[in-house]
Design a binder for this molecule. Structure first.
Ligand SMILES: Nc1ncnc2c1ncn2[C@@H]1O[C@H](COP(=O)(O)OP(=O)(O)O)[C@@H](O)[C@H]1O
Ligand SMILES: [Mg+2]
Length: 307
């Protein structure tokens, strides 16, 4: 038997078209073991479609998607390799959380007691005998996570798991997934809300219109020099004041009265006050990752067909 040592998840040249919508467009990325990777992009970017292709639920038009080096359909015991919680899970409202998971145990050949274990793991122990119809959205998210954990998988794939969680729930999820990844296992978690993910993930894969925008570590993508957006009717005077004693001031002129300046906003503000330069706006730049995400989200909006 050979031991697979490559990335936990790999997508290579993945493509999927629905009618005239290119949902996933030549997408290549990989997810390293032991990491929590955020799969980020605005609504409609192709995240769910990609995850469904990884899980063998949608057939790609081209390219390959593998988990632990194999296509999902070729995994001999898929439940032990990967657990997934996708959007829109069809829990029957009249049945209890426990009864749902017991059915899954029976289908997959796990002992029934495993249902109680995973329900305890996600904090649903006290509610497990209640009908799912009475669960909050956050509780249903936890139930979906519990179902994903049944086979004690190496890889967890979660589609927008923070939807419907209150801030406390998000903190809980963060701790849970961190512990999971710290044990050497791997988490791929999608979201269209960057702020939910910033505290959680090590790596990011950013999608826009089905294409890869960026992939890298959060640290790598967040680092960069500080910058600020400035509006002033006295551009030349401001630049003269800022330029004193600075060898290489990086400035981009966005409009006659608007600049992007590669300096900390607080510094620019101080210099402007000292030089009595009038400022109409001074906005600190978001860090690089947030900026990248912001840009691709707004560009997406403006590309939309007018209603
Ligand atoms: N089964 C489907 N039939 C038709 N279009 C689909 C289907 N699934 C997804 N799409 C379209 O593919 C694009 C990507 O959708 P999706 O993968 O759900 O994005 P995300 O999860 O990032 O919001 C969207 O334009 C969506 O409308
Ligand atoms: Mg989605």
């Amino acid at each position: 038997m050979s031991v697979y040592i490559g990335p936990a998840i790999e997508a290579a040249g993945l493509n999927k078209t629905f009618g005239d919508v290119k949902a996933v467009d030549d997408l290549t990325f990989s997810v390293e073991r032991g990491t929590i990777t955020g799969f980020l992009g605005p609504n409609g970017a192709g995240k769910t479609t990609t995850l469904r292709m990884l899980l063998g639920l949608v057939a790609p038009d081209g390219g390959s998607a593998t988990i632990g080096g194999r296509r999902y359909v070729d995994l001999p015991e898929p439940g032990k390799v990967v657990g997934a919680a996708l959007e829109a899970t069809g829990f029957h409202p009249a049945r209890s959380g426990l009864s749902h998971l017991r059915v899954y145990c029976t289908v997959s050949g796990y002992p029934l007691a495993r249902a109680d274990e995973v329900l305890d793991d996600v904090g649903l122990g006290p509610a497990k005998r209640r009908a799912v119809g009475g669960y909050s959205l956050g509780m249903r998210q936890r139930l979906a996570l519990a179902a994903a954990l049944l086979g004690d998988p190496e890889v967890l794939i979660l589609d927008e798991p923070a939807n419907g969680l209150d801030p406390e729930g998000i903190v809980w999820m963060r701790r849970f997934l961190r512990r999971y990844a710290d044990s050497g296992r791997t988490v791929l978690v999608s979201s269209h809300v960057l702020t939910e993910m910033q505290q959680l993930v090590d790596q990011v894969v950013i999608l826009r219109r089905g294409r890869l925008v960026r992939q890298g570590s959060l640290a790598e993508l967040s680092s960069g020099p500080p910058w600020a957006l400035v509006k002033t009717p006295e551009v030349e005077r401001l630049l003269a004041a800022l330029g004193e004693g600075v060898a290489d001031l990086r400035v981009e002129r966005l409009a006659p009265d608007a600049l992007r300046i590669e300096l900390a906003a607080a510094h620019i503000g101080r210099v402007a006050v000292d030089a009595r330069v009038e400022l109409h706006e001074l906005t600190p730049g978001r860090d690089d990752l947030e900026q990248a995400f912001f840009e691709l989200t707004t560009e997406h909006e403006s590309e939309r067909e007018p209603a």
